[in-house]
Design a protein around this ligand. Structure first.
Ligand SMILES: Nc1ncnc2c1ncn2[C@@H]1O[C@H](COP(=O)(O)OP(=O)(O)OP(=O)(O)O)[C@@H](O)[C@H]1O
Ligand code: SF4
Ligand SMILES: [Mg+2]
Length: 329
């Protein structure tokens, strides 16, 4: 079966002082029907920009320079705003980190949810209200009926996040892109909401792209993982393969920097020594070379992206540089 989403060779450019800067390039991945794909990587590596470009929501000073984003075989990047609106908020929705800015402060949760349902599902007001209440109940909202009458500022962070997820689910999307959906919440609520997403995936048969810094969540929920570094995918693998046999030195360092994956206090990806190079988009070779203990001249001059096992891709020369097969390949 063809993948639900197929991102091919995506390149995104920001205009800064009239100078174009490439922030992500050669980004390719697929999302299969019903799977949870997680995207991880340090701050600024291009996770949000990639997500926003899929939905056509990049800021005005950014544009997609190259590539395609096929959703059920149709290129979202070639669609008009009107065509995109048919898909966005219908079959493809997004949950943002900043919920306060995503919910309208002057309308009650009920108004916003009922309106979304009416627009996307074509229900009359009564049916839409009943469905809104049912959705709030499904996302574990306490006292859904009362919440319908409340304004966003009257809810706790966890409740607002649940309301946002209910909104994203309202049209029974085929794909939800969740960008750090729980960062602002405490760990217990984060876990609850993530588990809820996984449960809803089963119930609604949908796919999820989950962008997160929380490696514990990745280990628990994701089917496959993409690791991004300096605007590129540097490793892609099924989740167990990635945790058991991380092949890119950056992934290895990231996983080593997490003291205990299942330890609640230390679930976040920590930064590793060194910094991401400035103007990385102008580099011919590996963007991790300055931080990599195995770097050689070949690494600094040329990039590769290769499949070391079926479904396991790595942007690294490793094995070749050291004159041996990848020890984990
Ligand atoms: N509005 C903007 N104008 C200019 N450059 C931007 C803008 N937004 C993002 N960028 C650049 O694009 C790159 C990718 O940013 P992005 O927000 O996608 O990172 P991220 O991986 O989501 O980070 P985080 O984990 O902090 O959310 C960064 O280098 C950033 O400087
Ligand atoms: S290509 Fe070379 S420098 Fe880059 S991560 Fe691999 S071994 Fe390190
Ligand atoms: Mg982000």
């Amino acid at each position: 079966m063809a993948p639900l989403l197929q991102v091919e060779n995506l390149e995104i450019v920001f205009m800064e002082d009239k100078t174009p800067t490439v922030v992500t390039d050669q980004v390719s991945f697929t999302v299969e029907q019903g799977e949870i794909l997680s995207i991880v990587g340090e701050s600024g590596c291009g996770k949000s920009v990639t997500a926003l470009s899929i939905l056509g929501l990049l800021p005005p000073n950014a544009k997609v320079n190259k590539g395609s984003v096929l959703f059920e075989g149709n290129d979202l990047l070639k669609m008009t705003e009107k065509e995109l609106d048919q898909i966005r908020g219908n079959e493809l929705t997004m949950v943002f980190q900043d919920v306060m800015n995503s919910l309208n402060p002057v309308f009650t949760i009920g108004n916003q949810l009922v309106e979304t349902i009416r627009i996307h599902m074509g229900y009359d007001k009564k049916k839409a209200k009943a469905y809104a209440q049912e959705l709030l109940d499904k996302v574990g909202m306490p006292d859904p009926k009362a919440v319908l009458a409340k304004f966003p500022h009257m809810l706790s962070g966890g409740m607002r996040q649940r309301a946002m997820i209910a909104m994203a689910l309202a049209c029974r999307p085929k794909l939800i892109i969740a960008d750090e959906p729980t960062t602002a919440l405490d760990v217990t609520i984060q876990l609850q909401i993530m588990k809820l997403l996984a449960q809803l995936r089963e119930e609604f048969q949908m796919s999820i792209v989950l962008i997160t810094h929380d490696i514990g969540v990745v280990a628990e929920l994701a089917d496959r993982v993409i690791v991004m570094y300096a605007g590129q995918c540097v490793e892609e693998a099924p989740v167990h393969q990635l945790f058991d046999r991380p092949s890119h030195p950056y992934t290895q360092a990231l996983l080593k920097s997490v003291p205990g994956i299942y330890d609640e206090k230390n679930r976040k990806l920590e930064s590793i020594p060194g910094t991401v190079p400035e103007k990385y988009h102008t580099m011919e070779g590996c963007r991790f070379a300055d931080r990599c203990p195995y770097a050689t001249d070949l690494c600094r001059n040329k990039q590769v992206y290769r499949e070391v096992k079926p479904g396991h891709f790595v942007r690294c020369h490793l094995g070749k540089v050291r004159g041996e097969e990848l020890s984990n390949g």
